[in-house]
Structure formats: structure tokens, C-alpha cells
Unconditional design. Structure first.
Length: 273
């Protein structure tokens, strides 16, 4: 700012005029959010968080009965929700969901690519079918959903790819397929941000959770909790609400100047590695 240029008054920005209230930037009123893997675990929590800030929801998963239970609970809070069966490993199924969402609500403003599979198998015993199955959902499914939704996403929209802390650091358990697929999600996130953020105005970021209670961590939960206690700064599993804030930041206009990056929420697990 030059010495002769007037200093903006409180509540004004020299670039855009009136400055919105910071909390308003986290609202999604009148906007549509698609969440995959929304029948259980973190996906259910993400759906609740998005509904709480005003989003209309399109929930996708393979288990339709559980998906509908989630939707009913959210409708009871006043949220507008539709459900759609989807196997994200199928490009055709992804396009079906995206078209159904656009037909119902007109556009897709947020995509949360949350559907994922885990599994701990020693590399010497992992079968091609097991490895491919995890990569098909975690990496290919993320790509197919983004590809299906992008034609229906106006400028200002956001894609949040749920990766993992193990995209950047080795697990203390054998998880070659999972770690490789989630590392691939980070590379995919950077490339899609490069392709779509400048030209289309659609931001693409990744969320990298550490250990949170979910179906994916139910197997061997006691051993996992001990590992986290021994090897992370906060020494415990995270709670859903401790991840929701990061998801909302990436999904909403609060992150309008953030794209192509990843946000790690892991209780300090990577600090100690």
C-alpha cells in the first residue's frame, strides 16, 4: 500500500470490499456436498458436520441399509439428504451418483472422497487380489469420483480427498497396499489442483487423519491404541469432532486460498517418527 493510499476501515479489504465474518466462511448454506463412504465411521461424522453448517447432502456407499439409517438421523435434524448406492471402484457407478446429485440439486459444491479400505497383510503374503482391491477403492475410486463430479462443480467448489497419515510416513504395521494407495491420493490431489483450480476455480486438497475410532481401527484396537500412546505426542486416538474442523476448513470458503495441499490431523504421530 502506498503512503498516499487510504488505510481501509475496519471491516473492509483493499481487494474485495466488506470483509465477511470469519465464522460465515465456514457455512455451506444452499450448497450441495457429496460424501462417499458415508454409511459408517468417519464418513458419518463428516456428513453430520457438513449438515451442521447448512449443506444439502448426497450420501454414497455400498451398504444402502446403513446409508439410509444415517440419512434418517440427519433428516431428523432438519437436513436435506439424498442417498445413492455407489461402489467407487466403478467409474460408471460414480458417474451415476454425480448425475443423480446434479439432477436433484442442480450442482455439486463439495466432494468428500472418504470411501476407503484398510487391511494389514505382510508383503510376502499379500495377494494381487488384495492389493488391487484396496488400490481400486482408495486411489482409483478417489479419481473416478472426482472425474465424475467435476463437470457439475461451479467455480468456488471444493474437493477433499481423505488420505492418511500413512501417505507420508510408514505404519508400524504391514500395510503396503493401504500406504501406497494413500500416498497416491496425495499425488493425485496435487495434480488435480494444478489442472482444475486455476482453470475451473475448483480447489482440491487432501485431509490426512491419524488414528480415529472407526470400523477400520476396530481390528486390533487395543494394540493400536497402545502404539498410539507410545508413539504420538498426544498419546491417544483422536475424536471425530477433532477431525471435523479440519474437514470443514477444506470444504468451505474458509480455505478459498488453499489448494493442492494436505492437512494432517494425527495428534503428533508424525512428529515422533
Amino acid at each position: 500500500m502506498s503512503p498516499t493510499e487510504p488505510v481501509p476501515t475496519t471491516g473492509q479489504s483493499p481487494q474485495t470490499g466488506p470483509v465477511p465474518h470469519p465464522l460465515d466462511l465456514f457455512r455451506l448454506d444452499g450448497r450441495t456436498a457429496v460424501v462417499t463412504g458415508a454409511s459408517s465411521g468417519l464418513g458419518v461424522g463428516f456428513a453430520r458436520a457438513l449438515a451442521a453448517v447448512g449443506a444439502r447432502l448426497v450420501l454414497g456407499a455400498r451398504r444402502v441399509d446403513r446409508l439410509e439409517s444415517t440419512a434418517e438421523a440427519l433428516r431428523a435434524t432438519g437436513a436435506e439428504v439424498m442417498t445413492h448406492a455407489v461402489d467407487v471402484a466403478s467409474p460408471e457407478a460414480c458417474h451415476d451418483l454425480a448425475r443423480a446429485a446434479a439432477d436433484r440439486f442442480g450442482s455439486i459444491d463439495v466432494l468428500v472422497n472418504n470411501a476407503g479400505l484398510g487391511g494389514s497383510v505382510a508383503a510376502t503374503r499379500e495377494t494381487p487380489e488384495h492389493f488391487r482391491g484396496i488400490v481400486d477403492v482408495n486411489l482409483h475410486g478417489t479419481y473416478w469420483m472426482a472425474q465424475a463430479c467435476i463437470p457439475h462443480m461451479p467455480p468456488g467448489s471444493s474437493i477433499v480427498n481423505v488420505a492418511s497419515v500413512h501417505a507420508a510416513t510408514a505404519s508400524r504395521y504391514p500395510q503396503a497396499a493401504y500406504s501406497a494407495s494413500k500416498a497416491g491420493v496425495l499425488g493425485l490431489t496435487r495434480d488435480l489442483a494444478q489442472q482444475w483450480s486455476g482453470r475451473r476455480g475448483v480447489r482440491v486438497n487432501a485431509l490426512c487423519p491419524g488414528y480415529f475410532a472407526s470400523e477400520m481401527t476396530d481390528d486390533g484396537a487395543e494394540a493400536l491404541q497402545q502404539m498410539v500412546a507410545d508413539h504420538s505426542v498426544l498419546g491417544r486416538f483422536g475424536r471425530q469432532e477433532e477431525l471435523d474442523g479440519a474437514l470443514l476448513y477444506l470444504a468451505t470458503p474458509a480455505s478459498a486460498y488453499t489448494t493442492g495441499t494436505s492437512l494432517t490431523v494425527d495428534g503428533g504421530l508424525t512428529v515422533t517418527v
